[in-house]
Design a protein around this ligand. Structure first.
Ligand code: SF4
Ligand code: SF4
Ligand code: FES
Length: 230
């Protein structure tokens, strides 16, 4: 099977280019297996991966124009030649490895932990099964970055717009019955950029390998803000 892969080593002084590889395939082969086969042919090629099970979130790449996790992408579903590029809109460190610092900064900015005004109980903070259910579709995010790096609003304003991953996570804490910092969380999201730069284009929903829906989460935050304002 033919692959066309983005190659760039900023230290080499050469310009980025696409390099062709021919890979022998096997039944059930995933894109990560193909990238490993390329690496076996050419040890100068760099890409990130770890768990191989769609859990660690480290092997996100852009494949034939769409962001995907390599280890859960069957090559049988891909059109030849398979074009593999780094995530769009992020600085390239080498080949398919990008700098995700800004993405992690945005996650950190939403303060992704439970905040309490009341003293924490000695054993546990109780939650009803119905309230626990509200976190389904939110807590499963593996922080792969497929969504944020496929979001046009994040490409243009990565420092000001929090992006779909951070906003999904912001809603994860706003929706949690155990969290007691709703007002300060909403105050933080005020303004034209952090939240409201989302134009509901839904690229994020299209590419999430866990089937999550950041656009819906963003809609819930906007509703809550409106309620707070009236
Ligand atoms: S819906 Fe919002 S967050 Fe998702 S890709 Fe579009 S602009 Fe980005
Ligand atoms: S919301 Fe989905 S695409 Fe975005 S970081 Fe989480 S798991 Fe990845
Ligand atoms: S290698 Fe861990 S998610 Fe793909």
């Amino acid at each position: 099977m033919k692959f066309r892969v983005y190659r760039y080593d900023p230290e080499s002084g050469q310009k980025p280019h696409m390099q062709d590889y021919d890979i022998e395939t096997f039944r059930g082969m995933m894109l990560r297996d193909a990238l490993k086969a390329i690496k076996a042919q050419d040890e100068t090629f760099a890409f990130r991966h770890s768990c191989g099970e769609g859990v660690c979130g480290s092997d996100g790449v852009n494949v034939n124009g769409t962001n995907k996790l390599a280890c859960v992408t069957p090559i049988a579903d891909l059109k030849e030649p398979v074009e593999v590029r780094p995530f769009p809109g992020r600085p390239v460190i080498r080949d398919l490895v990008v700098d995700m610092t800004q993405f992690y900064e945005q996650y950190k900015a939403i303060e992704p932990w439970l905040k309490r005004k009341e003293p924490t109980p000695e054993q546990e903070i109780l939650q009803s099964p119905a309230d626990r259910d509200k976190l389904d579709g939110l807590y499963e995010c593996i922080m792969c970055g497929c969504c944020s790096t496929f979001c046009p609003s994040f490409w243009w304003n990565p420092e000001k717009f929090l992006g779909p991953q951070a906003l999904l996570s912001a809603w994860r804490f706003l929706a949690d019955s155990r969290d007691q910092a709703k007002d300060e969380r909403l105050d933080f999201l005020e303004g034209p950029y952090k939240l409201f730069r989302c134009h509901s284009i839904m690229n994020c929903v299209e590419v999430c390998p866990k089937g999550l829906n950041p656009t819906k989460a963003i809609g819930h935050i906007k509703e809550l803000m409106l309620k707070k304002a009236v």
